[in-house]
Design a protein around this ligand. Structure first.
Ligand SMILES: Cc1cc2nc3c(=O)[nH]c(=O)nc-3n(C[C@H](O)[C@H](O)[C@H](O)COP(=O)(O)OP(=O)(O)OC[C@H]3O[C@@H](n4cnc5c(N)ncnc54)[C@H](O)[C@@H]3O)c2cc1C
Length: 404
């Protein structure tokens, strides 16, 4: 179970949907959470219904996606008539913890993608999973992971349109060149902006230069060791409404990770998303009533899926035939794999796609099967195709979607 907290207490709990009989979406999410909503009336929840049309049509094609991308999520919800309470107490918190920014700063297309992927597409999609670290596996395959080395430039061969080497700099400032058959960039948006800024060969290519247009969001991650156990109703929790534009998650690590199961006191991971105004606070102002703590500040670390951002985001392939990209900030429009939002799952899936593309660029047989997300349920697929047909007919008469 996960809980959504506001300053008034628990607003809603999400059961582990996997264990419940499956119903067509969004009926399952709607029915199974019904008894768990404390303050949001059915009337408030039903004001989300007009959004269904937007969900069915927003990623039908590039043109529609770009139109939704140009609009803010808040504007879309307002046009759809979503109640202020539903927005404030449910939609805004979901956006803050999946795309790390409030609705007025997010593209409507990205917001719809996140809502569909996390809440609606299939009943069990909102369950929380934890990914195990892969470092040992990577080492066991004969790879070498170099810590404390930053890529600062690339070596470019004009004739073959290839990046033939990577320039890395260690902590002492010493530079080493590594020859490369293929290059896969697996860094976050801010790191990529820095690499592009110091690599003329990359800066000269439009798909890399345009990355500098992407905005970023600040995140604060805290881990608190308390002097006693403080029981939480559920191990994973979403907090919203405590600060107007900041959302947070609280994970009970005693319950979720073996490493902390036997700790005498509670160990909580409390992460604040869109924490711009919290980053300048002193450690003391952040910590209260704890025996140990760790605070990590991630300034500008994650991508803002802002209105109009889609056009500046990279995709797996680049204009260099041997250079590929991955990350949770890659383009996610029509035709992209179904994993969405600022999540480890999207990072992982885009990583597998980049690895396959890199392998086939070298003439190797692709090694990894990338499973698609579960297909749309039949009634959703039918709804999408009906929405497409209606839109084409409406266009012939010069009519547009009420949201665009
Ligand atoms: C506080 C916080 C909480 C989160 N909570 C969740 C969650 O609960 N669930 C979830 O699914 N996702 C969560 N996310 C998102 C998740 O962490 C990301 O989606 C995921 O880590 C992205 O993986 P990545 O490999 O693409 O990038 P990263 O994990 O950012 O890895 C990039 C790596 O590149 C390295 N690097 C940077 N610059 C260079 C350079 N110049 N040369 C070489 N290496 C470089 C970095 O050191 C880093 O190791 C959270 C993110 C944050 C910040």
């Amino acid at each position: 179970m996960s809980s959504f907290y506001s300053p008034e207490g628990i607003q809603v709990e999400a059961p582990v949907f996997n264990t419940l009989p499956r119903l067509p979406t969004p009926l399952g999410s709607f029915l199974y959470t019904s008894s768990y909503f404390r303050n949001l009336s059915v009337v408030d929840r039903l004001t989300a219904l007009p959004l269904f049309q937007a969900l069915l049509e927003f990623d039908a094609d590039e043109e529609t996606y770009a139109s939704y991308d140009a609009m803010s999520a808040r504007e879309l919800f307002r046009k759809a008539g979503v109640s202020a309470k539903l927005y404030r107490e449910f939609l805004q918190p979901i956006l803050l913890v999946t795309l790390f920014a409030p609705g007025e700063q997010l593209s409507a297309a990205a917001a719809l993608g996140a809502l569909y992927y996390y809440v609606l597409a299939h009943q069990a999609d909102f369950d929380v999973f934890i990914f195990k670290p892969w470092l040992e596996l990577i080492n066991s395959q004969g790879c070498r992971v170099l810590g404390n080395n930053r890529v600062v430039d690339v070596i470019h061969d004009d004739e073959s349109n290839k990046i033939t080497g990577i320039v890395a700099m260690d902590g002492s400032g010493e530079r080493t060149v590594y020859d490369a058959d293929v290059v896969v960039f697996a860094v976050g948006v801010q790191a990529m902006q820095r690499i592009v800024a110091s690599s003329p060969a990359l800066a000269g290519r439009p798909e890399f230069a345009t990355i500098s247009n992407l905005g970023t969001v600040d995140v604060l991650a805290t881990r608190l060791w308390l002097d006693r156990r403080v029981p939480l109703k559920n191990p994973s929790n979403v907090l919203a409404g405590f600060e107007p534009t900041t959302g947070a998650t609280v994970f009970d690590l005693n319950a979720l990770q073996n490493e902390f199961a036997d700790e005498p006191g509670s160990v909580f991971e409390v992460d604040f998303y869109h924490a711009n105004q919290l980053l300048p606070l002193t450690e003391d102002a952040v910590i209260k009533k704890v025996i140990d703590s760790s605070i990590l500040r991630f300034k500008g670390a994650v991508t803002l899926f802002g209105p109009g951002s889609h056009q500046h985001m990279p995709s797996t392939t680049t204009s260099f035939w041997n250079v590929f990209m991955l990350g949770d900030w890659l383009q996610q429009g029509p035709g992209a794999h179904g994993a969405r939002g600022l999540s480890q799952e999207k990072a992982s899936v885009t990583g597998l796609l980049a690895a396959n593309a890199a392998a086939s660029s070298l003439g190797l047989k692709s090694q990894v099967e990338v499973l698609p997300v579960e297909e749309d349920e039949a009634h959703i697929a039918a709804g999408k195709s009906a929405a497409q047909t209606l839109r084409q007919a409406a266009r012939a008469f010069g009519l547009r979607s009420p949201f665009l």
